[in-house]
Design a protein around this ligand. Structure first.
Ligand code: ME8
Length: 585
Protein backbone atom coordinates (compact mmCIF):
# COMPACT_ATOMS: atom_id res chain seq x y z
CA UNK A 1 0.00 0.00 0.00
CA UNK A 2 1.46 3.44 -0.84
CA UNK A 3 2.53 5.69 2.01
CA UNK A 4 -0.37 7.87 3.06
CA UNK A 5 0.12 11.62 2.93
CA UNK A 6 0.47 13.06 6.40
CA UNK A 7 -2.36 15.47 7.04
CA UNK A 8 -0.88 16.41 10.44
CA UNK A 9 1.49 18.80 8.64
CA UNK A 10 -1.44 21.05 7.79
CA UNK A 11 -3.22 21.89 11.02
CA UNK A 12 -6.02 23.84 9.31
CA UNK A 13 -6.98 20.84 7.20
CA UNK A 14 -10.01 18.93 8.44
CA UNK A 15 -9.17 15.33 9.20
CA UNK A 16 -9.94 12.84 6.43
CA UNK A 17 -13.11 10.84 6.91
CA UNK A 18 -13.88 7.51 5.31
CA UNK A 19 -17.45 6.14 5.32
CA UNK A 20 -18.33 2.68 4.10
CA UNK A 21 -21.40 0.50 3.68
CA UNK A 22 -21.35 -3.29 3.52
CA UNK A 23 -20.73 -4.58 0.03
CA UNK A 24 -23.99 -6.29 -0.86
CA UNK A 25 -24.50 -9.77 -2.26
CA UNK A 26 -25.57 -9.82 -5.87
CA UNK A 27 -27.64 -13.01 -5.60
CA UNK A 28 -30.74 -10.86 -6.00
CA UNK A 29 -31.89 -7.31 -6.61
CA UNK A 30 -31.54 -4.61 -3.93
CA UNK A 31 -34.33 -3.75 -1.49
CA UNK A 32 -35.06 -1.15 1.17
CA UNK A 33 -32.47 -2.53 3.62
CA UNK A 34 -29.59 -2.04 1.19
CA UNK A 35 -30.83 1.44 0.29
CA UNK A 36 -31.24 2.29 3.94
CA UNK A 37 -27.67 1.58 5.08
CA UNK A 38 -26.35 3.35 2.01
CA UNK A 39 -28.62 6.32 2.76
CA UNK A 40 -27.31 6.49 6.32
CA UNK A 41 -23.75 6.57 4.96
CA UNK A 42 -24.76 9.16 2.35
CA UNK A 43 -26.25 11.43 5.01
CA UNK A 44 -23.13 11.00 7.16
CA UNK A 45 -20.88 11.82 4.19
CA UNK A 46 -22.95 14.84 3.16
CA UNK A 47 -23.05 16.10 6.75
CA UNK A 48 -19.25 15.73 6.97
CA UNK A 49 -18.74 17.63 3.70
CA UNK A 50 -21.01 20.39 5.00
CA UNK A 51 -19.42 20.55 8.44
CA UNK A 52 -15.88 20.67 7.05
CA UNK A 53 -16.64 22.96 4.11
CA UNK A 54 -14.51 23.41 1.00
CA UNK A 55 -11.49 21.63 2.48
CA UNK A 56 -13.54 18.59 3.48
CA UNK A 57 -11.67 15.37 2.77
CA UNK A 58 -14.40 12.75 2.69
CA UNK A 59 -14.46 9.41 0.93
CA UNK A 60 -17.67 7.39 0.72
CA UNK A 61 -17.50 3.82 -0.55
CA UNK A 62 -20.18 1.29 -1.38
CA UNK A 63 -20.27 -1.75 -3.67
CA UNK A 64 -21.13 -5.39 -4.19
CA UNK A 65 -19.87 -8.71 -2.84
CA UNK A 66 -19.91 -11.16 -5.71
CA UNK A 67 -17.96 -14.36 -4.99
CA UNK A 68 -20.45 -15.85 -2.51
CA UNK A 69 -21.78 -19.39 -2.96
CA UNK A 70 -25.31 -18.04 -3.04
CA UNK A 71 -24.47 -15.91 -6.06
CA UNK A 72 -23.31 -19.01 -7.93
CA UNK A 73 -26.42 -20.95 -6.88
CA UNK A 74 -28.89 -18.25 -7.82
CA UNK A 75 -27.08 -17.65 -11.14
CA UNK A 76 -27.58 -21.35 -11.92
CA UNK A 77 -31.26 -21.07 -10.98
CA UNK A 78 -31.54 -18.25 -13.50
CA UNK A 79 -29.63 -20.25 -16.12
CA UNK A 80 -26.78 -17.77 -16.27
CA UNK A 81 -23.03 -17.87 -15.69
CA UNK A 82 -22.31 -16.27 -12.28
CA UNK A 83 -20.58 -13.23 -13.76
CA UNK A 84 -23.55 -12.39 -15.98
CA UNK A 85 -25.94 -12.68 -13.05
CA UNK A 86 -23.55 -10.57 -10.96
CA UNK A 87 -23.29 -7.95 -13.73
CA UNK A 88 -27.04 -7.71 -13.96
CA UNK A 89 -27.60 -7.36 -10.23
CA UNK A 90 -24.62 -5.05 -9.65
CA UNK A 91 -26.18 -2.77 -12.26
CA UNK A 92 -29.50 -2.93 -10.37
CA UNK A 93 -27.69 -1.79 -7.22
CA UNK A 94 -26.01 1.03 -9.14
CA UNK A 95 -29.36 2.12 -10.62
CA UNK A 96 -31.08 2.01 -7.23
CA UNK A 97 -28.30 4.08 -5.65
CA UNK A 98 -28.45 6.62 -8.50
CA UNK A 99 -32.22 6.88 -7.99
CA UNK A 100 -31.70 7.44 -4.25
CA UNK A 101 -29.33 10.33 -5.04
CA UNK A 102 -26.36 8.82 -3.20
CA UNK A 103 -23.07 10.69 -3.36
CA UNK A 104 -20.63 7.76 -3.11
CA UNK A 105 -17.16 8.39 -4.44
CA UNK A 106 -16.69 4.83 -5.64
CA UNK A 107 -18.61 1.60 -6.14
CA UNK A 108 -16.41 -1.45 -5.81
CA UNK A 109 -17.27 -4.89 -7.19
CA UNK A 110 -15.25 -7.75 -5.79
CA UNK A 111 -15.04 -9.37 -9.24
CA UNK A 112 -12.89 -6.44 -10.39
CA UNK A 113 -9.18 -7.11 -10.82
CA UNK A 114 -8.25 -4.17 -8.62
CA UNK A 115 -9.96 -5.96 -5.74
CA UNK A 116 -8.90 -9.52 -6.51
CA UNK A 117 -5.17 -8.80 -6.82
CA UNK A 118 -5.02 -6.58 -3.76
CA UNK A 119 -7.15 -8.92 -1.61
CA UNK A 120 -4.74 -11.75 -2.50
CA UNK A 121 -1.83 -9.54 -1.45
CA UNK A 122 -3.46 -8.80 1.91
CA UNK A 123 -4.01 -12.53 2.56
CA UNK A 124 -0.41 -13.24 1.54
CA UNK A 125 0.71 -10.61 4.04
CA UNK A 126 -1.30 -12.36 6.80
CA UNK A 127 0.31 -15.69 5.85
CA UNK A 128 3.79 -14.14 5.92
CA UNK A 129 3.07 -12.83 9.38
CA UNK A 130 2.03 -16.27 10.60
CA UNK A 131 -1.57 -15.24 11.27
CA UNK A 132 -3.00 -17.82 8.86
CA UNK A 133 -2.29 -21.57 9.01
CA UNK A 134 -3.61 -24.82 7.54
CA UNK A 135 -5.71 -27.04 9.83
CA UNK A 136 -8.75 -29.30 10.17
CA UNK A 137 -12.03 -27.80 11.03
CA UNK A 138 -15.31 -29.27 12.12
CA UNK A 139 -18.08 -26.90 12.93
CA UNK A 140 -21.62 -25.68 12.61
CA UNK A 141 -22.03 -23.95 9.30
CA UNK A 142 -24.88 -21.59 8.48
CA UNK A 143 -25.31 -21.90 4.71
CA UNK A 144 -27.84 -19.05 4.59
CA UNK A 145 -25.28 -16.62 6.05
CA UNK A 146 -22.14 -18.35 4.77
CA UNK A 147 -20.51 -18.47 8.18
CA UNK A 148 -19.44 -20.90 10.88
CA UNK A 149 -20.92 -20.49 14.36
CA UNK A 150 -19.39 -21.50 17.66
CA UNK A 151 -20.75 -24.56 19.44
CA UNK A 152 -22.32 -22.28 22.08
CA UNK A 153 -24.10 -20.05 19.59
CA UNK A 154 -25.26 -23.06 17.56
CA UNK A 155 -26.68 -24.68 20.71
CA UNK A 156 -28.33 -21.48 21.90
CA UNK A 157 -30.14 -21.22 18.61
CA UNK A 158 -31.24 -24.84 18.56
CA UNK A 159 -28.86 -25.54 15.67
CA UNK A 160 -30.68 -23.09 13.47
CA UNK A 161 -29.41 -19.90 11.91
CA UNK A 162 -29.86 -17.02 14.37
CA UNK A 163 -30.56 -14.75 11.39
CA UNK A 164 -32.76 -16.80 9.05
CA UNK A 165 -33.85 -19.72 11.25
CA UNK A 166 -32.70 -22.26 8.65
CA UNK A 167 -30.98 -25.47 9.88
CA UNK A 168 -27.23 -25.40 10.48
CA UNK A 169 -25.00 -28.05 8.87
CA UNK A 170 -22.15 -29.94 10.55
CA UNK A 171 -19.19 -29.57 8.19
CA UNK A 172 -15.62 -30.80 8.30
CA UNK A 173 -13.00 -29.15 6.16
CA UNK A 174 -9.27 -28.85 5.78
CA UNK A 175 -8.84 -25.16 5.58
CA UNK A 176 -6.59 -22.28 6.20
CA UNK A 177 -7.48 -20.56 9.45
CA UNK A 178 -6.99 -17.13 10.85
CA UNK A 179 -5.85 -17.18 14.44
CA UNK A 180 -8.56 -14.98 15.93
CA UNK A 181 -8.03 -16.15 19.56
CA UNK A 182 -4.54 -14.59 19.48
CA UNK A 183 -6.22 -11.16 19.40
CA UNK A 184 -8.74 -11.70 22.17
CA UNK A 185 -7.15 -9.47 24.83
CA UNK A 186 -6.32 -6.75 22.35
CA UNK A 187 -9.86 -6.75 20.96
CA UNK A 188 -11.44 -6.57 24.37
CA UNK A 189 -9.22 -3.64 25.38
CA UNK A 190 -9.86 -1.76 22.15
CA UNK A 191 -13.62 -2.18 22.37
CA UNK A 192 -13.92 -1.50 26.08
CA UNK A 193 -11.89 1.72 25.77
CA UNK A 194 -13.83 2.82 22.64
CA UNK A 195 -10.60 2.96 20.63
CA UNK A 196 -12.83 0.92 18.34
CA UNK A 197 -16.21 2.48 19.00
CA UNK A 198 -19.12 0.09 18.56
CA UNK A 199 -22.38 1.96 18.26
CA UNK A 200 -25.14 1.97 19.39
CA UNK A 201 -24.04 1.11 22.93
CA UNK A 202 -26.30 -1.99 23.09
CA UNK A 203 -24.31 -3.55 20.25
CA UNK A 204 -21.01 -2.93 22.04
CA UNK A 205 -22.23 -4.89 25.05
CA UNK A 206 -23.41 -7.74 22.86
CA UNK A 207 -20.05 -7.96 21.11
CA UNK A 208 -18.13 -7.87 24.41
CA UNK A 209 -20.46 -10.56 25.77
CA UNK A 210 -19.78 -12.79 22.79
CA UNK A 211 -16.01 -12.27 23.02
CA UNK A 212 -16.22 -13.46 26.66
CA UNK A 213 -17.71 -16.76 25.45
CA UNK A 214 -14.40 -17.45 23.72
CA UNK A 215 -13.10 -16.97 20.21
CA UNK A 216 -12.64 -19.60 17.51
CA UNK A 217 -10.21 -19.73 14.65
CA UNK A 218 -11.85 -18.35 11.53
CA UNK A 219 -11.76 -20.33 8.29
CA UNK A 220 -10.10 -18.26 5.62
CA UNK A 221 -10.34 -20.65 2.70
CA UNK A 222 -12.43 -23.41 1.12
CA UNK A 223 -10.98 -26.34 -0.76
CA UNK A 224 -12.08 -26.07 -4.39
CA UNK A 225 -14.11 -29.24 -5.03
CA UNK A 226 -13.88 -31.28 -8.24
CA UNK A 227 -17.56 -30.69 -8.86
CA UNK A 228 -17.35 -27.10 -7.67
CA UNK A 229 -20.31 -25.19 -9.05
CA UNK A 230 -18.26 -22.02 -9.43
CA UNK A 231 -16.41 -21.56 -12.72
CA UNK A 232 -12.62 -21.54 -12.79
CA UNK A 233 -11.11 -18.27 -11.67
CA UNK A 234 -14.19 -17.39 -9.59
CA UNK A 235 -13.08 -15.77 -6.35
CA UNK A 236 -9.58 -15.27 -5.05
CA UNK A 237 -7.34 -18.33 -4.80
CA UNK A 238 -5.26 -18.79 -1.69
CA UNK A 239 -1.80 -17.36 -2.28
CA UNK A 240 0.56 -20.31 -2.80
CA UNK A 241 -2.22 -22.94 -2.78
CA UNK A 242 -4.40 -22.95 -5.90
CA UNK A 243 -6.51 -25.78 -4.45
CA UNK A 244 -8.08 -23.37 -2.01
CA UNK A 245 -10.24 -20.37 -2.57
CA UNK A 246 -10.35 -17.49 -0.07
CA UNK A 247 -13.55 -17.68 1.95
CA UNK A 248 -15.93 -15.00 0.75
CA UNK A 249 -16.23 -13.08 4.03
CA UNK A 250 -12.48 -12.69 4.49
CA UNK A 251 -12.09 -11.59 0.91
CA UNK A 252 -15.06 -9.21 1.15
CA UNK A 253 -13.80 -7.39 4.24
CA UNK A 254 -10.60 -6.59 2.35
CA UNK A 255 -12.62 -4.31 0.03
CA UNK A 256 -12.37 -1.48 2.54
CA UNK A 257 -8.64 -1.39 1.85
CA UNK A 258 -8.50 -2.60 -1.75
CA UNK A 259 -10.73 0.30 -2.88
CA UNK A 260 -8.45 2.94 -1.43
CA UNK A 261 -5.09 1.39 -2.23
CA UNK A 262 -3.95 4.18 -4.53
CA UNK A 263 -1.62 7.10 -3.81
CA UNK A 264 -4.50 9.63 -3.78
CA UNK A 265 -6.70 7.56 -1.48
CA UNK A 266 -4.30 5.76 0.84
CA UNK A 267 -4.61 8.42 3.54
CA UNK A 268 -8.26 7.42 4.12
CA UNK A 269 -6.93 4.51 6.15
CA UNK A 270 -5.09 5.76 9.25
CA UNK A 271 -1.43 4.88 9.16
CA UNK A 272 0.33 3.07 11.95
CA UNK A 273 3.09 5.63 12.41
CA UNK A 274 2.74 8.92 14.24
CA UNK A 275 0.42 9.73 17.13
CA UNK A 276 -2.10 7.26 18.36
CA UNK A 277 -4.40 6.85 15.42
CA UNK A 278 -6.74 4.68 17.43
CA UNK A 279 -7.61 7.53 19.74
CA UNK A 280 -10.39 9.83 18.55
CA UNK A 281 -8.66 13.06 17.51
CA UNK A 282 -5.30 11.31 17.46
CA UNK A 283 -2.69 12.71 15.09
CA UNK A 284 -5.21 14.19 12.64
CA UNK A 285 -5.55 10.79 11.07
CA UNK A 286 -8.44 9.54 9.04
CA UNK A 287 -11.61 8.58 10.85
CA UNK A 288 -13.05 5.37 9.44
CA UNK A 289 -16.75 4.60 9.96
CA UNK A 290 -18.22 1.30 8.82
CA UNK A 291 -22.04 1.28 8.59
CA UNK A 292 -24.10 -1.92 8.47
CA UNK A 293 -27.03 -3.68 10.14
CA UNK A 294 -26.67 -5.78 13.27
CA UNK A 295 -26.50 -9.08 11.31
CA UNK A 296 -22.88 -8.56 10.33
CA UNK A 297 -21.42 -6.67 13.26
CA UNK A 298 -19.23 -9.59 14.38
CA UNK A 299 -17.30 -9.56 11.13
CA UNK A 300 -16.77 -5.80 11.27
CA UNK A 301 -16.19 -5.27 14.97
CA UNK A 302 -14.14 -8.40 15.72
CA UNK A 303 -12.80 -10.36 12.76
CA UNK A 304 -11.86 -7.37 10.59
CA UNK A 305 -10.08 -5.37 13.33
CA UNK A 306 -8.18 -8.52 14.33
CA UNK A 307 -7.10 -9.09 10.71
CA UNK A 308 -5.90 -5.50 10.54
CA UNK A 309 -4.10 -5.86 13.85
CA UNK A 310 -2.33 -8.96 12.56
CA UNK A 311 -1.25 -7.00 9.49
CA UNK A 312 0.05 -4.17 11.69
CA UNK A 313 -2.57 -1.72 10.49
CA UNK A 314 -4.85 0.47 12.61
CA UNK A 315 -8.44 -0.61 13.18
CA UNK A 316 -11.54 1.33 12.06
CA UNK A 317 -12.56 4.12 14.43
CA UNK A 318 -16.29 3.38 14.45
CA UNK A 319 -18.44 0.37 13.66
CA UNK A 320 -22.08 1.42 13.53
CA UNK A 321 -24.71 -1.32 13.33
CA UNK A 322 -28.31 -0.22 13.00
CA UNK A 323 -31.38 -2.43 13.49
CA UNK A 324 -33.71 -3.82 10.79
CA UNK A 325 -36.53 -2.65 8.67
CA UNK A 326 -39.26 -5.14 9.32
CA UNK A 327 -42.65 -5.71 7.74
CA UNK A 328 -45.58 -6.29 10.07
CA UNK A 329 -43.25 -7.31 12.85
CA UNK A 330 -41.22 -9.82 10.82
CA UNK A 331 -37.74 -9.50 9.34
CA UNK A 332 -37.94 -9.00 5.61
CA UNK A 333 -36.70 -12.05 3.82
CA UNK A 334 -36.72 -13.63 0.44
CA UNK A 335 -38.61 -16.67 1.69
CA UNK A 336 -41.40 -14.55 3.19
CA UNK A 337 -41.42 -12.34 0.09
CA UNK A 338 -42.17 -9.30 2.26
CA UNK A 339 -39.44 -6.94 1.10
CA UNK A 340 -40.14 -3.31 0.49
CA UNK A 341 -38.92 -3.19 -3.08
CA UNK A 342 -37.12 -0.36 -4.82
CA UNK A 343 -40.13 0.07 -7.12
CA UNK A 344 -42.25 0.82 -4.10
CA UNK A 345 -39.75 3.47 -2.97
CA UNK A 346 -39.87 4.87 -6.51
CA UNK A 347 -43.67 5.09 -6.33
CA UNK A 348 -43.38 7.04 -3.05
CA UNK A 349 -40.72 9.29 -4.58
CA UNK A 350 -42.93 9.96 -7.63
CA UNK A 351 -45.78 10.99 -5.41
CA UNK A 352 -44.05 12.73 -2.49
CA UNK A 353 -40.53 13.49 -3.87
CA UNK A 354 -37.31 11.57 -3.37
CA UNK A 355 -36.23 13.82 -0.52
CA UNK A 356 -39.44 13.00 1.34
CA UNK A 357 -38.57 9.30 1.06
CA UNK A 358 -35.03 10.00 2.29
CA UNK A 359 -36.44 12.05 5.17
CA UNK A 360 -38.87 9.37 6.23
CA UNK A 361 -36.26 6.60 6.11
CA UNK A 362 -33.71 8.68 8.02
CA UNK A 363 -35.98 9.98 10.76
CA UNK A 364 -38.28 6.97 11.23
CA UNK A 365 -35.87 4.17 10.33
CA UNK A 366 -34.03 1.66 12.54
CA UNK A 367 -30.96 3.84 13.09
CA UNK A 368 -30.77 2.91 16.77
CA UNK A 369 -31.14 -0.50 18.34
CA UNK A 370 -34.88 -0.92 17.61
CA UNK A 371 -36.40 -2.36 14.43
CA UNK A 372 -38.78 -0.17 12.39
CA UNK A 373 -41.84 -0.99 10.38
CA UNK A 374 -42.43 0.77 7.07
CA UNK A 375 -45.99 2.07 7.49
CA UNK A 376 -47.86 4.18 4.96
CA UNK A 377 -49.93 6.02 7.57
CA UNK A 378 -46.78 7.01 9.45
CA UNK A 379 -45.15 8.13 6.22
CA UNK A 380 -48.02 10.53 5.47
CA UNK A 381 -48.13 11.77 9.06
CA UNK A 382 -44.40 12.58 9.13
CA UNK A 383 -44.50 14.00 5.61
CA UNK A 384 -47.28 16.41 6.49
CA UNK A 385 -45.92 17.39 9.90
CA UNK A 386 -42.23 17.88 9.08
CA UNK A 387 -42.26 18.71 5.40
CA UNK A 388 -45.57 19.97 3.96
CA UNK A 389 -46.72 21.84 7.08
CA UNK A 390 -43.17 22.24 8.40
CA UNK A 391 -40.27 23.50 6.30
CA UNK A 392 -42.44 23.66 3.14
CA UNK A 393 -45.20 25.81 4.60
CA UNK A 394 -42.87 27.98 6.61
CA UNK A 395 -40.67 28.87 3.61
CA UNK A 396 -43.75 29.57 1.42
CA UNK A 397 -45.31 31.75 4.07
CA UNK A 398 -42.17 33.81 4.59
CA UNK A 399 -41.40 34.11 0.83
CA UNK A 400 -44.98 35.19 0.20
CA UNK A 401 -44.86 37.90 2.85
CA UNK A 402 -41.50 39.17 1.58
CA UNK A 403 -43.00 39.21 -1.89
CA UNK A 404 -46.17 40.98 -0.83
CA UNK A 405 -44.75 43.54 1.58
CA UNK A 406 -41.29 44.18 0.12
CA UNK A 407 -41.51 43.31 -3.57
CA UNK A 408 -39.68 40.01 -3.11
CA UNK A 409 -36.50 41.42 -1.63
CA UNK A 410 -35.04 41.16 1.86
CA UNK A 411 -35.79 44.62 3.27
CA UNK A 412 -33.47 46.89 5.18
CA UNK A 413 -34.24 47.57 8.81
CA UNK A 414 -32.82 49.69 11.56
CA UNK A 415 -31.40 47.28 14.14
CA UNK A 416 -31.62 49.99 16.83
CA UNK A 417 -35.41 49.99 16.56
CA UNK A 418 -36.58 47.23 18.86
CA UNK A 419 -39.40 45.02 17.76
CA UNK A 420 -42.23 46.04 20.01
CA UNK A 421 -45.15 43.80 19.57
CA UNK A 422 -47.94 44.68 21.96
CA UNK A 423 -48.86 41.15 22.93
CA UNK A 424 -45.56 39.32 23.00
CA UNK A 425 -43.06 42.07 23.69
CA UNK A 426 -40.86 40.16 26.12
CA UNK A 427 -40.54 37.01 24.00
CA UNK A 428 -39.43 38.93 20.95
CA UNK A 429 -36.74 40.84 22.78
CA UNK A 430 -35.29 37.67 24.23
CA UNK A 431 -35.28 35.85 20.92
CA UNK A 432 -33.59 38.65 19.07
CA UNK A 433 -30.82 39.20 21.57
CA UNK A 434 -30.08 35.51 22.13
CA UNK A 435 -30.01 34.20 18.62
CA UNK A 436 -26.21 34.11 18.05
CA UNK A 437 -25.72 31.83 21.06
CA UNK A 438 -28.55 29.55 19.91
CA UNK A 439 -27.05 29.01 16.52
CA UNK A 440 -23.53 28.35 17.76
CA UNK A 441 -25.01 25.81 20.17
CA UNK A 442 -27.02 24.11 17.39
CA UNK A 443 -23.98 23.87 15.16
CA UNK A 444 -22.08 22.23 18.05
CA UNK A 445 -24.94 19.80 18.62
CA UNK A 446 -25.08 18.94 14.95
CA UNK A 447 -21.34 18.30 14.74
CA UNK A 448 -21.50 16.17 17.87
CA UNK A 449 -24.53 14.29 16.55
CA UNK A 450 -22.68 13.49 13.33
CA UNK A 451 -19.57 12.37 15.21
CA UNK A 452 -21.70 9.93 17.18
CA UNK A 453 -23.75 8.91 14.14
CA UNK A 454 -26.85 10.39 15.80
CA UNK A 455 -27.85 11.56 12.36
CA UNK A 456 -31.58 11.62 12.97
CA UNK A 457 -31.22 13.99 15.92
CA UNK A 458 -28.90 16.26 13.92
CA UNK A 459 -31.52 16.43 11.18
CA UNK A 460 -34.29 17.11 13.68
CA UNK A 461 -32.50 20.32 14.73
CA UNK A 462 -33.63 21.72 11.38
CA UNK A 463 -37.26 21.01 12.22
CA UNK A 464 -36.83 22.45 15.73
CA UNK A 465 -35.74 25.73 14.14
CA UNK A 466 -38.70 25.66 11.73
CA UNK A 467 -41.04 25.21 14.71
CA UNK A 468 -39.45 28.24 16.38
CA UNK A 469 -40.02 30.31 13.26
CA UNK A 470 -43.69 29.28 13.20
CA UNK A 471 -44.01 30.24 16.85
CA UNK A 472 -42.21 33.52 16.22
CA UNK A 473 -44.56 34.41 13.36
CA UNK A 474 -47.66 33.62 15.34
CA UNK A 475 -46.32 35.67 18.26
CA UNK A 476 -45.24 38.70 16.23
CA UNK A 477 -48.12 38.60 13.68
CA UNK A 478 -46.37 40.32 10.76
CA UNK A 479 -49.57 40.06 8.69
CA UNK A 480 -51.38 42.31 11.20
CA UNK A 481 -48.52 44.78 11.59
CA UNK A 482 -48.39 45.09 7.81
CA UNK A 483 -51.85 46.66 7.89
CA UNK A 484 -50.60 49.48 10.13
CA UNK A 485 -47.29 50.25 8.46
CA UNK A 486 -48.46 52.89 5.94
CA UNK A 487 -46.39 56.03 6.63
CA UNK A 488 -44.91 54.64 9.86
CA UNK A 489 -41.18 54.04 9.43
CA UNK A 490 -40.88 52.43 12.83
CA UNK A 491 -43.47 49.74 12.06
CA UNK A 492 -42.04 49.31 8.58
CA UNK A 493 -38.64 48.58 10.13
CA UNK A 494 -40.17 46.14 12.60
CA UNK A 495 -41.93 44.27 9.81
CA UNK A 496 -38.71 44.08 7.81
CA UNK A 497 -36.86 42.79 10.85
CA UNK A 498 -39.43 40.09 11.65
CA UNK A 499 -39.31 38.81 8.09
CA UNK A 500 -35.54 38.99 7.96
CA UNK A 501 -35.33 37.12 11.23
CA UNK A 502 -37.75 34.41 10.04
CA UNK A 503 -36.13 33.94 6.66
CA UNK A 504 -32.64 33.88 8.14
CA UNK A 505 -33.71 31.25 10.69
CA UNK A 506 -35.16 29.16 7.86
CA UNK A 507 -31.98 29.53 5.84
CA UNK A 508 -30.03 28.09 8.76
CA UNK A 509 -32.64 25.36 9.30
CA UNK A 510 -32.18 24.35 5.66
CA UNK A 511 -28.47 23.72 6.29
CA UNK A 512 -29.30 21.23 9.04
CA UNK A 513 -31.90 19.55 6.83
CA UNK A 514 -29.63 19.39 3.79
CA UNK A 515 -27.86 16.03 4.38
CA UNK A 516 -31.20 14.20 4.15
CA UNK A 517 -32.84 16.48 1.58
CA UNK A 518 -30.10 17.81 -0.69
CA UNK A 519 -32.29 18.47 -3.72
CA UNK A 520 -35.08 20.34 -1.97
CA UNK A 521 -32.71 22.45 0.07
CA UNK A 522 -30.62 23.30 -3.01
CA UNK A 523 -33.92 24.25 -4.67
CA UNK A 524 -34.72 26.59 -1.78
CA UNK A 525 -31.24 28.14 -1.95
CA UNK A 526 -31.72 28.80 -5.67
CA UNK A 527 -35.07 30.48 -5.02
CA UNK A 528 -33.62 32.57 -2.22
CA UNK A 529 -30.33 33.28 -3.98
CA UNK A 530 -28.25 31.84 -1.15
CA UNK A 531 -24.67 31.24 -2.19
CA UNK A 532 -23.85 28.22 -0.02
CA UNK A 533 -22.78 25.98 -2.86
CA UNK A 534 -19.97 26.54 -5.32
CA UNK A 535 -22.42 25.97 -8.15
CA UNK A 536 -26.00 26.77 -7.10
CA UNK A 537 -27.38 24.64 -9.93
CA UNK A 538 -25.57 21.54 -8.75
CA UNK A 539 -26.27 20.27 -5.26
CA UNK A 540 -23.10 18.18 -5.36
CA UNK A 541 -20.78 21.09 -6.10
CA UNK A 542 -19.33 21.53 -2.61
CA UNK A 543 -19.86 24.11 0.08
CA UNK A 544 -18.18 27.50 0.03
CA UNK A 545 -17.50 27.51 3.78
CA UNK A 546 -17.72 25.17 6.78
CA UNK A 547 -21.10 24.83 8.50
CA UNK A 548 -20.07 27.02 11.46
CA UNK A 549 -19.50 29.91 9.04
CA UNK A 550 -22.50 29.24 6.81
CA UNK A 551 -24.76 29.06 9.86
CA UNK A 552 -23.69 32.46 11.28
CA UNK A 553 -26.86 34.42 11.87
CA UNK A 554 -27.12 37.71 9.98
CA UNK A 555 -23.38 38.40 9.92
CA UNK A 556 -23.29 39.60 6.32
CA UNK A 557 -21.09 36.67 5.26
CA UNK A 558 -23.36 33.92 3.96
CA UNK A 559 -26.45 35.28 5.68
CA UNK A 560 -29.37 36.91 3.89
CA UNK A 561 -28.63 40.51 2.98
CA UNK A 562 -30.86 43.52 2.42
CA UNK A 563 -31.84 43.69 -1.23
CA UNK A 564 -31.43 39.94 -1.77
CA UNK A 565 -34.10 38.56 -4.07
CA UNK A 566 -36.44 35.99 -2.54
CA UNK A 567 -38.43 34.30 -5.27
CA UNK A 568 -41.70 32.77 -4.23
CA UNK A 569 -42.64 29.62 -6.02
CA UNK A 570 -44.59 26.38 -5.74
CA UNK A 571 -44.64 24.82 -2.31
CA UNK A 572 -41.53 22.71 -1.67
CA UNK A 573 -43.84 19.89 -0.51
CA UNK A 574 -47.56 19.63 -1.38
CA UNK A 575 -49.82 18.49 1.47
CA UNK A 576 -50.78 14.82 1.36
CA UNK A 577 -54.24 13.41 1.97
CA UNK A 578 -54.02 10.71 4.65
CA UNK A 579 -57.18 9.11 3.26
CA UNK A 580 -55.61 8.38 -0.12
CA UNK A 581 -54.36 4.86 -0.86
CA UNK A 582 -50.62 4.23 -0.70
CA UNK A 583 -48.91 4.77 -4.06
CA UNK A 584 -48.53 1.45 -5.82
CA UNK A 585 -45.45 0.34 -7.69
O1 ME8 B 1 -24.03 -9.39 4.44
N1 ME8 B 1 -33.03 -3.72 7.40
O2 ME8 B 1 -24.43 -8.69 2.28
P1 ME8 B 1 -26.02 -8.55 2.27
C1 ME8 B 1 -31.94 -2.94 7.39
N2 ME8 B 1 -22.01 -9.33 1.56
N3 ME8 B 1 -30.83 -3.21 6.67
C2 ME8 B 1 -30.80 -4.33 5.96
C3 ME8 B 1 -31.92 -5.21 5.92
C4 ME8 B 1 -33.07 -4.86 6.68
N4 ME8 B 1 -34.17 -5.60 6.72
N5 ME8 B 1 -31.59 -6.24 5.12
C5 ME8 B 1 -30.34 -5.99 4.65
C6 ME8 B 1 -23.66 -9.15 3.30
N6 ME8 B 1 -29.86 -4.85 5.15
C7 ME8 B 1 -22.19 -9.24 2.96
C8 ME8 B 1 -21.49 -8.03 3.53
S1 ME8 B 1 -19.32 -6.53 3.93
C9 ME8 B 1 -17.68 -6.76 3.88
C10 ME8 B 1 -20.01 -7.99 3.30
C11 ME8 B 1 -28.54 -4.24 4.83
O3 ME8 B 1 -26.38 -8.33 0.84
C12 ME8 B 1 -27.71 -4.06 6.09
O4 ME8 B 1 -26.71 -3.12 5.82
O5 ME8 B 1 -26.66 -9.68 2.97
C13 ME8 B 1 -27.07 -5.42 6.22
O6 ME8 B 1 -25.95 -5.42 7.08
C14 ME8 B 1 -26.69 -5.68 4.76
O7 ME8 B 1 -27.81 -5.13 4.02
C15 ME8 B 1 -26.49 -7.14 4.41
O8 ME8 B 1 -26.28 -7.20 3.03
Amino acid sequence: MPEPTDSTDQPDMPRPRYFTTPIYYVNDRPHIGHCYTTLVADVAARAARLIDGPKADVFFLTGTDEHAEKVVTSAAEHGMPPIEWADLNAQRFKDAFAFMGFSHDDFIRTTEDRHKTRAAALIADLMDKGAIELGDYEGWYDPSQEEYLTETVAKENDFKSPVTGRPLEKRTEQNYFFDLPAHEDWLRAQIESDAIRILPEARKNEVLGRIKQGLNRVPVSRRIKDDDPAPEGWGVTMPGDPEHRVYVWIEALCNYITAIDTPERAHYWPNSSGGDPLQPGGAGQSQVTHFMAKDIIWFHAVIWPAMLHAMGRPAPSTVYAHAYWIAEGQKMSKSLGNFIEIDQLRAYADKFSLDAVRWYLMTQGPLGATDSDFAHSRFVEVYNADLANGIGNSTSRVSNMIDKYFGGRVANFDPSVPVEIETEHAFVEVELTNHPTHFAQWVRESVEGCDNCNLASSLRLGITIVERVDQFISDTRPFSIAKKREGDARIESQLAMILFYSAEMLRIASLFLYPAMPEKMADLWRRWNCDHLNDPADHNSGFKAPLAELAQFGDGGYSLKPGQKITKGDALFMRADPKEDPPSA
